[in-house]
Design a binder for this molecule. Sequence first.
Ligand code: SF4
Ligand code: SF4
Length: 379
Amino acid sequence: MTKLIELNTDSNLLVSSKILTFDKPDYVYIPIKTNKILVKQNTKVEIGTILMEDNNIKITSPISGTIKAIKKVMTINGEENAIEIQNDFEEKSEKTPTSKRNLKNISTTKITNILKEYQIDLTKTSNLILNCLDDEPYVLTENFYLFLYYEGFLELLDKISRTYNISNITICVKSSSSENISKIMSYLGMYPNINLNIIPDLYLISKDKYLLEHLNLNNKDTTIIKASTFYNIYNLIKKNKSNTDKLITISGNGVSNPSIVKTKMGAKVIDILNNLINVLPNTEYLTGLMSGHYVDIADLIITNDLNSILIMKPKKYLKTTKCLKCGACLDVCPVNINPLLLSDATYYEKVKDICLKCGLCSYICPAHINFNEKGDNHV
Ligand code: SF4
Ligand code: SF4
């Protein structure tokens, strides 16, 4: 089993359990992912209107408003073209008001088709794992999906267990998540077919490979679903509601009110900060302290894969490039790369796709060598 480590974190940096909401952005920006755009400039769209589609993808509007233009925006993956929608604040609930829809009456075909949109096939699954684990220090996004929606999640897991005859359904939460543990435990009597597994607070354990190892399961008959994905699936199955909003952690020692924010997809991060977050002067923005990277937030927008913004006072790495030959970076690497050899171009080529970009080698180094700052031979 891979040796994973517990990260030292600043216990003063706690995210408030009060969720902040930013659900009325003036504009949202929806990245263009297909060639088939179904809306034109100046047309009116409702929440849930399909903006673009491809074989398996349907991308819908998260707000009611008017299509304005195609604009360049920043996402976690770099610069992308996006459809700009101006909010008219006339949001109505989506076409089928099925918030009271009873899960018992929903057909297997309907559930199977919705799961297919997320490339999930449960027909051959014996173990279903709901992964509510966050790895990055100070990030609690997946944890809060469970915290907010646990009743619905339990109901849907129960339905799925019966529909696909899945013998083992397990909710995984970190041992540090005491509120979620007590909430789920108090409900388990009602759902004897669902288990709770309390996972040690180790870095990288939320990744499928390490979670499977920890649970002693193999990936052939196991399906792992992240809590954030399960939230979207739950909304589609139970409420016929498309993917319009998302949770994000905004934290770090550069803010005075670290928080979980519920926001619209496609909202600008800068608008969220200006409206809700007290940012201290002279700070830097990262998408995660360990595996994230620095970002320019001016045009950064909320997308499915952006889970956190860490706002930090600048940390000047000591430029002690003098390696102490302690071997810690080599010992800590979960995939057995030797970070000391990364400056060798042949070795770098060999391992660059194996590297998890987890940042552990830089984090552990007592000489403060930052392997992320090594030009072409960085990790
Ligand atoms: S960033 Fe890459 S080289 Fe460094 S510890 Fe992680 S996997 Fe290993
Ligand atoms: S952890 Fe830092 S000091 Fe130790 S061997 Fe690796 S690079 Fe050298």
